[in-house]
Design a protein around this ligand. Structure first.
Ligand code: 4AD
Length: 569
């Protein structure tokens, strides 16, 4: 305050101050005859209204300086006073604000210091607390338990009550801390994502109140295990609902803690378990083929190449050929192995690395293969919807989900082409009708599947648009014994076929595809040493999960997605 008074005190000015309405400048003027001001207000302000010698003014069009008229001086003085008052008020307000901030800070500091004196101890006279995970809490209602986990949500209600929603990976638990328990240093500095251990008794919440599981932990003692940062470095500043998708992918290790993302990954785990149970019950053996290979299955353009002890190797695109080698050894086989595709596709359903569930069966017909794919999908989805845990998670993510029933629509490729043309869907490249032999790209395929809105087993694709190992049908050599299973919202989730099994036919197929058979000797041997009609399929696990959990992209359906430009975390 003293500084402000001083600033405003008047210092006597003993020289005349010059004002020139025409040539003067309020910005650069100095009030001298050489550098006059432009306005009387600025002239008066420059002297802090303390000129003893007075002001000289040269009006527009005049030649000579004259004493500033009394009315003009009065007006300028008034203006000066008003500006002074305003400045003083602002200065006082600023000083009060700084003082308020300082007081607030001091108050917070005082509270923190005070809180350090609040010490809580476990009451040893209480029954010993049983350590439980959140998914097992129901069995312990009314009993004293101890639960550890992450602070998922945090809310203080006044000074005497604090709510924590605890997350431990198995579920969520509402916990209430009362009185002294929410006044400790740890309580008033607690942050989201800190880890804590809470002791207390589990009580049913009164009717009309909501809490996960219908109960809450009334805490009697608690400890912080590790504190997550607050302020700028707080987890909510790293990722939140507004974050850009690329930020969400970079921070996926934190995003995974969210309710929906963890639910998707749990559905994924339960789905893989359901598939394994299905295969176990129906007599398949699980095998684990290598990922480092020297052959390709689905065309050379999508191979990831890598040096391998002085030789060339690739990351596998599909385990199919290896599964075929297992038929004579273990009968029906399946695998859940990563497959890699170096596609530069930035679509909702392409990954560079995906979990590939593949199965292979001997002595089957094409009709058997279609029935097997349908039966597997229907049985696995029913299993997921019958199990309370997976059902709840799927309906949380996809409330309208209904399990598909047996009797999938079967449609030949040729009829899909007709369907597209009848529905006015044109080829993207030239706007013309689709022709027999065209590949059906993702967007028309999706339009058709979404319009029909039921699972479609799309069959009999022309040989040239499919892989070299697919046999032509007996009735029509232009089409193959091949199938894609299309699901609404995703499109293709399964691709399968019968395999060329006669030796010469296979050698001819390799030749047509321009593939040198030398590194495939182990595969061509299969058609030599006791061959048989056989077939199989591959299912994209992420696409299956995207379908049942209604995710926009397969990138949300795996732990750490890999796609062009993304190999982290
Ligand atoms: O149709 P695809 O390429 O078939 C094969 O690889 C066969 N060798 C499988 C077999 O018969 N054993 O791939 C099968 C499935 C597709 O239907 C799709 O669900 C998934 O694998 N898939 C992908 N998923 C995510 N990202 C990609 N880039 C995928 N490529 C294929």
């Amino acid at each position: 305050m003293a500084d402000i008074e001083q600033q405003m005190s008047k210092i006597a000015v003993t020289q005349k101050v010059y004002i020139d309405e025409e040539r003067g400048s309020d910005e650069n003027g100095k009030g001298t005859a050489e550098l006059p001001f432009k306005s009387a207000l600025v002239a008066v302000t420059s002297t802090n209204d303390s000129s003893e010698a007075g002001y000289l003014m040269k009006k527009k069009g005049e030649e000579e300086y004259k004493e500033l008229a009394a009315t003009a001086l009065k007006k300028a003085k008034k203006g000066y006073e008003l500006a002074q008052k305003k400045a003083k008020k602002q200065a006082v307000q600023q000083a009060q604000k700084s003082q308020g901030d300082a007081e607030k800070l001091a108050e917070e500091q005082r509270k923190i210091e005070e809180s350090k004196k609040v010490v809580i101890e476990e009451d040893k006279s209480l029954p010993a607390a049983t350590k439980v995970t959140i998914n097992k809490t129901r069995e312990h209602r009314g009993k004293r338990i101890k639960v550890s986990g992450w602070v998922h949500r945090l809310r203080a209600q006044g000074k005497e009550m604090m709510f924590i929603v605890l997350r431990d990976g198995t579920g969520y638990l509402q916990c209430v801390l009362l009185g002294k328990l929410c006044k400790t240093y740890d309580a008033i500095t607690l942050t989201q994502e800190s880890t804590v251990t809470l002791y207390g008794t589990l009580q049913e919440v009164p009717e009309g109140k909501n809490a996960p599981g219908g109960h809450e932990l009334v805490v009697d003692y608690w400890q912080v295990v590790h504190k997550s940062p607050g302020g700028d470095d707080a987890v909510t500043n790293k990722v939140n609902a507004e974050s850009d998708p690329s930020v969400l992918f970079s921070q996926r290790h934190l995003v995974l803690r969210g309710e929906n993302q963890s639910a998707v990954l749990k559905v994924r785990a339960l789905t893989l378990r359901a598939f394994r149970e299905y295969f176990f019950k129906t007599g398949y053996t699980e095998v684990n083929p290598p990922c480092l290979v020297q052959t390709m299955v689905e065309g050379g353009s999508t191979l990831f190449h890598l040096p391998y002890y002085g030789e060339d190797a690739y990351l596998t695109q599909s385990s199919q050929l290896y599964l075929e080698t297992c038929l004579a050894s273990m009968g029906s086989v399946y695998t859940i192995t990563p497959s890699f595709r170096a596609e530069k596709s930035h679509t909702r359903r392409h990954l560079s690395e995906f979990s590939h569930l593949e199965a292979e069966l001997a002595f089957i017909s094409f009709a058997d293969l279609l029935d097997l794919i349908e039966d597997m999908v229907v049985t696995v989805v029913n299993k997921l919807m019958d199990d309370p845990e997976s059902r709840e998670l799927i309906l949380q993510l996809n409330p309208g989900f209904v399990a598909p029933k047996h009797g999938f629509r079967r449609m030949k490729y040729e009829d899909a082409i007709k369907w597209l043309n009848e529905h006015g869907v044109k080829r993207e490249e030239d706007g013309q009708d689709f022709q027999f032999g065209d590949d059906i790209p993702e967007s028309p395929e999706r339009f058709m599947t979404d319009t029909i809105n039921e699972p479609i087993l799309l069959t009999h694709f022309p040989g040239p648009i499919k892989s070299f190992y697919m046999p032509a049908t007996e009735e029509n050599p232009r089409v193959t014994e091949s199938v894609d299973l299309l699901m609404p919202n995703v499109g293709e989730i399964v691709g399968g076929s019968m395999r060329i099994w006669k030796h010469q036919d296979l050698i001819d197929a390799f030749a047509r595809a321009g593939i040198d058979t030398s590194s495939y000797y182990w595969y061509t041997d299969l058609s030599k040493y006791g061959s048989c009609p056989h077939g199989g399929f591959g299912l994209g696990v992420e696409r299956f999960i995207a379908w049942i959990t209604n995710r926009y992209t397969v990138k949300e359906c795996c732990l750490y997605p890999r796609f062009p430009g993304r190999c982290q975390p």
